[in-house]
Design a protein. Structure first.
Length: 382
């Protein structure tokens, strides 16, 4: 579970990769300077004592280079000790070097990368040669003691091979995290790779079965998060939590946005770090008010949903970016979220309400799908 306050730092939107469904890279993007890191430190100094996660994202954050991270991590760690800074990074690992790995290891930076399945499938979706270049960087990272986990993006093409993909992650012994391919706001055919909400819901139920049936063979982070949401009645990751006022993203030029997904969209700029704006002033900006309006919209639109307390209408970006900020509905993946939350809730209730004296045969007959309490117990204990 990430810390309540989250700052995403985007050194550049540039990326050497050519992923076919990418919606965020920009080859003309500028590079962040260390002066902007100084501005970020000054901006956050007035925050009350708390734990803050700083995630370096992109584009490809390693394009910033070793010297940038040598100084940036030190400036944040030493300049904001009252925030107990914790770091993370999302990278394709292509540019990983021994020097970079040593710097990141000094600050215990966990890495998220992206592998969509076996080599052929990954290269098909992410470009020829992606898989091997990613694994080369992976080996350097783990050799320096860095924790690396992979995000698997499911598209409307790859979802048809979900069994092979899951088996691949089992064979590799990797923890699995997944994303559904999102519509691109920058291309002529925004839904060319998009995973439909109905397909996403089916996929999540399939992965739930895999997670509870093969708990010793594979860990699926999303399923853990979803089960934790239902069990604790609280959203534990940004998709299922009110992120307004506690999550911000800093673009390469120092502009502040509600989330890294909005970077490069001028209408979503909330302020600039050089001005050290207060959190209140950021939320009072035009972009901030639009985010708060979404929160109010969810309170009304989802008031009769049993999952409202830990879903919160899903991701605001998914809901309002494609419409230009007009509120016409919650996250389109609501269909998928409701499907999996209903599934987890039903299975959990069936297990908890089962009579202790129920015979083994009748218990199996009633509970036709794998239960979730074993997995939830494991999650809670960890």
């Amino acid at each position: 579970m990430k810390n309540p306050f989250h700052v995403m730092i985007i050194p550049t939107l540039g990326c050497p990769g050519q992923c076919k469904y990418c919606w965020s890279s920009d080859e003309n993007s500028p590079r962040m300077t260390l002066d902007t890191i100084d501005d970020i430190v000054r901006w956050l100094k007035p925050l009350d004592e708390q734990r803050v996660t700083f995630t370096f994202h992109g584009g490809e954050p390693l394009l910033a280079g070793a010297e940038f991270y040598r100084q940036a991590l030190q400036k944040i760690a030493e300049g904001l000790p009252h925030l107990s800074p914790e770091f993370a990074m999302q990278t394709n690992l292509w540019l990983m070097t021994d020097e970079l790995a040593e710097i990141l290891a000094k600050y215990h930076v966990p890495l998220g990368s992206s592998i969509d399945g076996p080599k052929e499938l990954t290269d098909y979706q992410r470009g020829e040669g992606y898989y091997e270049r990613c694994l080369e960087g992976y080996k350097i990272a783990v050799n320096h003691g860095l924790l690396v986990r992979f995000i698997c993006t499911f598209t409307n093409s790859s979802v048809k091979k979900k069994e092979a993909i899951v088996n691949f992650f089992k064979e590799q012994g990797w923890v699995m995290k997944l994303h559904p391919a999102l519509p691109s706001l920058k291309g002529d055919n925004p839904n060319a790779w998009t995973l439909a909400p109905e397909e996403y819901g089916d996929l999540l139920v399939y992965l739930l079965d895999e997670a509870v049936t093969h708990a010793d063979d594979i860990e699926i982070m999303n399923i853990n998060d979803l089960c934790r949401c239902v069990f604790t009645r609280s959203g534990s990751v940004c998709t299922y939590a009110d992120c307004m006022g506690t999550t911000f993203a800093i673009g390469p030029d120092g502009e502040i946005y509600p989330c890294y997904r909005f970077i490069g969209m001028p209408e979503w700029v909330m302020g600039h770090v050089r001005d050290a704006p207060s959190i209140e002033s950021l939320m009072n900006s035009h972009a901030g008010k639009r985010m708060l309006a979404y929160k109010d919209f969810v309170d009304t639109a989802c008031k009769d949903c049993s999952h409202i307390t830990y879903c919160r209408g899903g991701c605001p970006y998914n809901a309002i970016a494609p419409t230009g900020g007009t509120l016409i509905g919650v996250d389109p993946h609501c269909i998928a979220y409701k499907r999996i939350f209903d599934e987890i809730t039903t299975r959990m209730n069936d297990e908890m309400n089962a009579a202790p004296t129920m015979s083994r045969v009748s218990r199996v007959k009633r509970q036709q799908k794998p239960g979730v309490m074993g997995l939830i117990k494991k999650i809670v204990e960890e």
